[in-house]
Design a protein around this ligand. Structure first.
Ligand code: PLP
Length: 237
């Protein structure tokens, strides 16, 4: 069997186990294969093994792979930082965008979404650890941005996305750091539940968090999309 096929099976198994531990149904968790810096061939291999959702970070790289794989029925997610001069191409070529962090970008994705496509599924990226270097909105700015997006007919606000601080990922051995890491997940879970109570929050069902190194923890705290790269494809090119 191909290595990617094996690894995909392992990741699916890990999702299943984490869901069981958390008393959740694994059907409510979508595996998104984070395929940045992986070849079109690797994506095709994963597709043949039943993987249909792929996440890309770099627009030109993504467009090249989409072109090469145009015969496959892949659901493409954009998960990288967004420059506002790239919004047209993003909204024309993706079904999901996880990394909305400002109104201007949301407005452009809405205005430029082609009429023949359904509304673009979007998540607000939250800067949960308030790191100056990271993109994403601070918790107190989620609701104001959500309200703007709810007024945009060609966007459907599906939920929140977060990438917890690297520091707490690297040092998980001490109890203190583990606690810090878990509390980041807990914070975003609470924000998610809070926004969900708003009457406009229709189809607000997505908590996009968890990567190769913190998959099971993310599932424990309610992740509905986990974005996994390394553990499926191995090291990036
Ligand atoms: C690369 C990337 C991932 C996957 O990271 P791995 O550690 O390789 O699993 C997930 N989310 C985003 C936003 C990424 O850029």
């Amino acid at each position: 069997m191909h290595k990617i096929t094996d690894k995909l099976t392992q990741v699916r198994h890990a999702i299943q186990q984490a869901a069981e531990r958390a008393n959740r149904n694994s059907n409510e968790i979508t595996l998104l294969a984070a395929s940045k810096k992986q070849s079109a061939q690797s994506i095709a291999t994963a597709y043949a093994a039943g993987q249909y959702d792929f996440g890309e970070n770099y627009l030109q790289e993504a467009l090249d792979k989409q072109q090469a794989l145009r015969d496959l029925d892949i659901c493409w997610h954009f998960i990288g930082p967004i420059q506002s001069n790239k919004t047209r191409s993003i909204t024309e070529n993706f079904s999901w965008v996880h990394s909305i962090d400002r109104e201007k970008v949301a407005q452009r994705l809405n205005d430029q979404r082609p009429d023949n496509l359904p509304p673009l599924n979007v998540c607000i990226q939250v800067n949960i650890d308030r790191e100056a270097s990271k993109s994403g909105v601070y918790a107190e700015n989620i609701l104001p941005l959500a309200q703007k997006i709810w007024s945009m007919p060609k966007l459907t606000l599906r939920g929140l996305m977060a990438i917890p601080a690297k520091q707490s990922l690297d040092i998980q051995t001490t109890e203190n750091h583990k606690t810090a890491h878990e509390s980041a997940f807990l914070t975003i879970q609470r924000e998610f539940e809070r926004i969900k109570l708003q009457k406009q929050a229709v189809n607000f069902d997505t908590l996009s968090m968890g990567m190769s190194n913190d998959l099971s923890e993310a599932i424990e705290y309610g992740a509905t999309i986990v974005r996994i790269g390394t553990h499926i494809f191995g090291k990036r090119l």
